[in-house]
Ligand binder design. Structure first.
Ligand SMILES: CC(=O)SCCNC(=O)CCNC(=O)[C@H](O)C(C)(C)COP(=O)(O)OP(=O)(O)OC[C@H]1O[C@@H](n2cnc3c(N)ncnc32)[C@H](O)[C@@H]1OP(=O)(O)O
Length: 419
């Protein structure tokens, strides 16, 4: 009865002498610039990205990959796990989006049981969604610090089993389109927007060369957590090795080599193994916090989350999602394309990264001090006050022409970098 009285009291009009009760705003999505309420990125690490089925992580369970990055992020900044308000893990292929796997990883990392963990599946942007969920909890005042992660083992769990679906899906075009294979959606985008094979191969070449240059000059070394694993070869022999290099990068890629590849998804198509991302295994984790809490703990601030947007697009053209989400994220943050220095396009197919007339520019690196936020969970950026838009998925980073009429962009987080 007392409880009812209190609740109904909240509904009564306020008397003129009563003070206005100020509730903490849950925020619409953007951080409040220049205040201690901002959501900031403290630190991030990732594993190397392994080639699924044939690579170094082919026999490694995802909880091990996840545990490696969860522990490394906290160890690097000296934060006890008990300080975390929540942990969110993005995952697509594990049963139940990997809820059990994530809790196992949590304990393998030595995190206490009092820290909660949950998982989220938003397909290819699940890692980014984990980041947005943690950011949302910080904004709402539920937590002060949280860990956002992403993990996938495409070696141990393949795409393919759609689960239990109604037979009525065949009567509904959009529902049926949800079963269109990812490679065919790339073909659809290429056909619909006139993206030639040559454009896709040119983009793939520049992406490979930039990635190789970055790898050779050690630019990924700081962000990659070395993971020691056992791998069983075809003869059944097991060996131990430490994995610290991405396996999808082919430094010897040439335009001739790319143009000789057969279409991978349909005989007369233009999407090939060379202009697609590979199927991969890997994990990443990013520590986020409210600026005021981060400053009290003396933790570093790498970047500020300025805004984010998620959009729905036709399932058979899923690759156009970023082109719709980025303007929405810009609107939310009150920015324009001209304000953006670096676009990190993380999509599976070159057809999604280019459009007619796009010029792919050189890769711009941050300073040596910069620790990039791992792509499986978030987006990096170069130091300075300018903004960085990041997407999701597994392709290499690109810096694109900033002319809005010529640029096709990706989804869905907007950061400004501080250090
Ligand atoms: C929102 C989203 O992101 S949704 C997307 C989700 N992701 C996906 O759908 C993944 C898409 N990718 C794939 O499915 C696979 O990588 C495929 C089907 C395209 C290719 O798979 P595989 O055939 O196993 O690739 P593999 O690495 O063996 O390459 C095939 C051939 O191309 C060659 N090749 C690949 N890349 C290159 C290159 N850069 N230069 C020259 N040759 C190359 C390989 O050497 C190989 O040649 P071989 O057959 O003579 O040995």
């Amino acid at each position: 009865m007392e409880r009812l009285k209190v609740i109904s009291g909240h509904l009564l009009p306020r008397g003129p002498s009563e003070p206005l009760r100020v509730l903490r705003s849950c925020g619409s999505g953007s951080s409040v610039p220049g205040t201690g309420e901002e959501v900031v990125v403290v630190h991030g690490r990732r594993t190397a990205i392994g080639k699924a089925k044939r690579g170094s992580f082919k026999d490694t369970t995802p909880d091990e990959l996840l545990s490696a990055v969860m522990s490394a992020v906290l160890a690097d900044v000296g934060l006890p796990a008990a300080r975390l308000g929540d942990v969110c893990v993005g995952n697509v292929l594990q049963p139940g989006a990997g809820a059990l796997m994530a809790r196992v990883a949590h304990f393998l990392s030595g995190f206490p049981e009092t820290v909660p963990v949950y998982t989220v599946n938003r397909q290819c942007s699940s890692g980014l969604q984990a980041l947005l969920n943690i950011a949302g909890a910080i904004r709402s005042g539920s937590i002060e610090l949280g860990l956002a992660c992403g993990v996938e083992s495409m070696s141990l769990r393949s795409i393919g089993n759609p689960g239990d679906l109604s037979s009525r899906l065949v009567e509904n075009d959009k529902a049926r389109d949800c079963l269109v294979p990812m490679g065919i959606t790339s073909e659809n985008v290429a056909e619909r927007f006139g993206v030639s094979r040559e454009k896709q191969d040119a983009f793939a070449l520049s992406s490979q060369l930039k990635a190789a240059q970055a790898q050779n000059s050690g630019r990924f070394d700081q962000e990659i957590v070395p993971v020691t694993v056992s791998v069983t070869d075809e003869s059944g022999r097991e060996r131990r090795l430490q994995v610290r290099k991405d396996e999808g990068i082919r430094a010897g890629t040439t335009l001739d080599g790319l143009s000789g590849l057969r279409p991978a998804f349909k005989p007369d198509g233009s999407t090939t193994a060379g202009n697609s991302s590979q199927v991969s295994d890997g994990a990443a984790a990013v520590l986020l916090g409210r600026r005021s809490a981060v400053e009290v703990l003396g933790l570093p601030v790498l970047a500020v989350l300025r805004g984010s947007a998620v959009v729905g697009v036709p399932p058979d053209l899923m690759g156009i999602g970023p082109a719709v989400a980025i303007p929405a994220a810009l609107r939310q943050a009150g920015l324009s394309l001209d304000d953006i220095d670096v676009f990190e396009i993380n999509e599976a197919f070159a057809s999604q990264g280019v459009r007619r007339g796009v010029h792919v520019h050189r890769y711009r690196h941050g300073s040596r001090r910069r620790l990039r936020v791992p792509r499986a969970a978030a987006g990096g950026g170069r130091p300075g006050r300018r903004q960085n838009l990041s997407g999701s998925g597994d392709a290499a980073e690109e810096v694109l022409d900033e002319n809005p009429e010529e640029t096709s962009l990706t989804d869905n987080c907007l950061f400004s970098c501080e250090s």
